[in-house]
Design a protein around this ligand. Structure first.
Ligand code: NCD
Ligand code: ZN
Length: 350
């Protein structure tokens, strides 16, 4: 059989993206808008996007920074805090905010305003159940006694399962899953008795295991949260993403940081993948002999989960290698992409 050289898929959406704000927006947005029709814009700015008014203002700044003529649509999410009110949840639903994001306090970049105890959010969570607005979770516990490689698996038992039992109508997306435990939990979640469940998977967690962070020295551009895990977990994620199970869909978690804040004695967490997201996913799916499943994962299941129409335009990828640049402009600094200076096997051609 001859090798597949070109694939045409429905234009994808990115269900988990960080694009920061201000001077950074114009440089970063074009990368996403050239591949994706829509993206969920994560709200972990400083200060965080906690209200509908802040989200509307942020959305307007994003739209103003888009390349001329771009049809790209930012989907706004609010940052859940201990003080989020039920009335803000209702207002969010009325104004087209697509979800709330749970950052456990201290779990990741700009999470210090995050939730200290989910029980403090009961009224907001009940309102989310009532109006059908999903909760997106950064699924890691933060206790200093819990090993960083175990934080996601412990979160399932200590936080996620009790949350689903307390709020059986809550729709949840387990964001950027990194372990076989998370993949299995989502696959087996009882959505007849409890709320609908989905999970996003990043390109770096499909392509790399934790050795990538330590190959020949410390490699800060492979450091993200949740951190890369063992090979057995990577394999479980590949299996989930390429299984055709509609609970698993694309979310890059592209998280740009200025070069000097990653190449640093205390480097920030986040991999920059927005520029080459679809070539990276295509490579992961091809490695698993599952290119025919890419469209469902990238372009169908996420839209279905959020109750949004699937896109009608197309994206064409070609098996053609090209180089990942060393860096891209990011405001007055630069950002180093994942796999900088290395070759990609797939290119976007239309
Ligand atoms: C994200 C960021 O930099 O905003 N970093 C990351 O490593 N993924 C935050 C997040 O999604 O955890
Ligand atoms: Zn993220």
């Amino acid at each position: 059989m001859s090798e597949i050289k070109t694939i045409e898929i429905t234009k994808p959406d990115d269900w988990h993206l960080h694009i920061r704000d201000g001077e950074f927006l114009p440089d970063l947005l074009g990368h996403t808008a050239s591949q994706f029709s829509r993206a969920i814009i994560m709200p972990n700015l400083r200060p965080p996007v906690t209200t509908v008014d802040l989200a509307n203002a942020y959305k307007a700044r994003i739209k103003a920074a888009l390349p001329k003529g771009s049809q790209f649509e930012p989907l706004m999410v609010l940052y859940l805090t201990d003080n989020t009110s039920a009335s803000e949840v209702k207002k969010a639903k009325e104004h087209g905010v697509v979800a709330f994001k749970l950052y456990p306090a201290g779990a990741t970049t700009n999470s210090d305003a995050g939730v200290t105890d989910l029980k403090k959010c009961s009224a907001a969570l009940e309102a989310m159940e009532a109006c059908g607005i999903p909760l997106l979770v950064h699924g890691e516990v933060t206790g200093i006694e819990i090993d960083i490689f175990d934080r996601e698996a412990v979160f399932i038992d200590q936080v996620l399962e009790p949350l689903r039992i307390r709020h059986p109508g809550l729709k949840i997306v387990f964001e950027h899953i990194t372990t076989k435990q998370a993949a299995q939990y989502v696959k087996e979640a009882d959505t007849a008795r409890y709320g609908v469940m989905g999970a996003t998977i990043t390109p770096q967690h499909l392509l790399f295991n934790r050795n990538a962070i330590f190959t020949g020295g410390i490699r800060p551009h492979y450091y993200c949260l949740p951190v890369l895990k063992r090979e057995e977990h990577r394999q479980a994620l590949v299996e989930a993403a390429t299984s055709g199970n509609s609970r698993f869909f694309l979310g890059t978690d592209s998280a740009p940081h200025i070069k000097g804040t990653k190449e640093n004695a205390c480097g920030c967490a986040g991999c920059y993948t927005a520029w080459h997201a679809m070539p990276l996913y295509a490579e992961a799916f091809e490695n698993a002999n599952a290119l025919e499943r890419l469209q469902g994962f990238a372009s169908e299941f996420g839209a279905d989960f959020y109750g949004l129409p699937r896109n009608t335009s197309k994206l064409i990828l070609k098996k053609e290698s090209h180089l990942v640049p060393d860096e891209f402009p990011m405001g007055s600094g630069t950002v180093v992409p994942l796999r900088a200076g290395e070759m990609l096997t797939w290119s976007i051609v239309g």
